[in-house]
Design a protein around this ligand. Structure first.
Ligand code: PEP
Ligand code: MN
Length: 265
């Protein structure tokens, strides 16, 4: 793995640069699983911005287990993300699944996300790398840390140094109570192996909104540079991942706690 490269990723957003890395405050990324309509994405964006989030997340193209489940609104959702970006100035993070969509996603996304299911989609990694955009690389469902770092190398090898690693939970033998198992130890392990910034996504890791808060705190205490949290104005009605989504009020209270807590780490 490469050493001596920048230890921070600087993302240029409409409102100026946001820095991910060890010497910067914890960057909070929040938003719904899927971009559902203009009202909900703008409402969510305004609310998370007001409490200190720097990025809005939201899927336009969704990698769903079932082909009959909601697949995301696609291109029209990108337009809604562009509106939310204009209104709030928040950075935008959204997932790419298909090389054919890279260009239009790069127009609205400040960071392009590679989801867990595509961590080793090497042709996709090579192509997103060449956009020059910062890339958020989620850990594969059952990927070892070495496989994950080598996937990151595919992007770095295109000449794009701006990769953020996101631990989002891995498969284990007991998935009755949580959706995945958050590998908290991955944070210090990565820190010892790579200069790349580390994000943690407790929402997809736990799959349950009531477990998100303690895992956010554990991630920050363990040295995470950033956290990604799913938030929805009405989780019960969400088109995807409602059970793990926080209400806007719950998110606000976690943000207050983070502000107090993060200063100790
Ligand atoms: C997401 O963040 O929208 C997502 C689908 O997450 P993951 O790839 O980690 O399952
Ligand atoms: Mn989701």
């Amino acid at each position: 793995f490469r050493h001596g490269e920048p230890t921070e990723v600087v993302v240029k957003t409409l409102k100026g640069p946001v820095r991910f890395g060890q010497n910067h405050p914890v960057v909070v990324v929040a938003g719904p699983c899927s971009v559902e309509n203009e009202a909900m994405i703008v409402e969510t964006a305004l609310a998370v911005k007001a409490t200190g989030a720097k990025f809005l997340r939201g899927g336009a193209y969704k990698p769903r287990t079932s082909p009959y489940a909601f697949q995301g609104h696609g291109d029209s959702a990108l337009e809604l993300l562009a509106i939310a970006r204009e209104v709030t100035g928040l950075g935008i993070i959204t997932e790419v699944m298909d090389t054919a969509d890279i260009e239009k996603i790069a127009e609205v996304a400040d960071v392009i996300q590679i989801g867990t299911r595509n961590m080793q989609n090497f042709s996709l990694l090579k192509k997103v790398g060449t956009t020059g955009k910062p890339i958020l690389l989620k850990r594969g469902l059952s990927a070892t840390i070495e496989e994950w770092l080598m996937a990151a190398e595919y992007i770095l090898a295109t000449g794009n140094p701006n990769v953020i690693l996101c631990e989002r939970g891995i498969r284990s033998f007991d998935q009755k109570y949580t959706r995945n198992v958050l590998d908290i130890s991955a944070i210090p392990v990565l820190r010892s192996l790579t200069h790349l910034p580390i994000m943690v996504d407790p929402s997809h890791a736990t799959g349950k909104s009531e477990f998100v808060r303690p895992m956010v705190m554990a991630a920050i205490a363990s040295g995470a540079d950033s956290v990604m949290i799913e938030v929805h104005p009405d989780p019960a009605k969400a088109l995807s991942d409602g059970p793990q989504s926080l209400t806007l009020e719950e998110f606000e209270s976690i943000m207050q706690e983070i502000a107090q807590f993060a200063q100790f780490f």
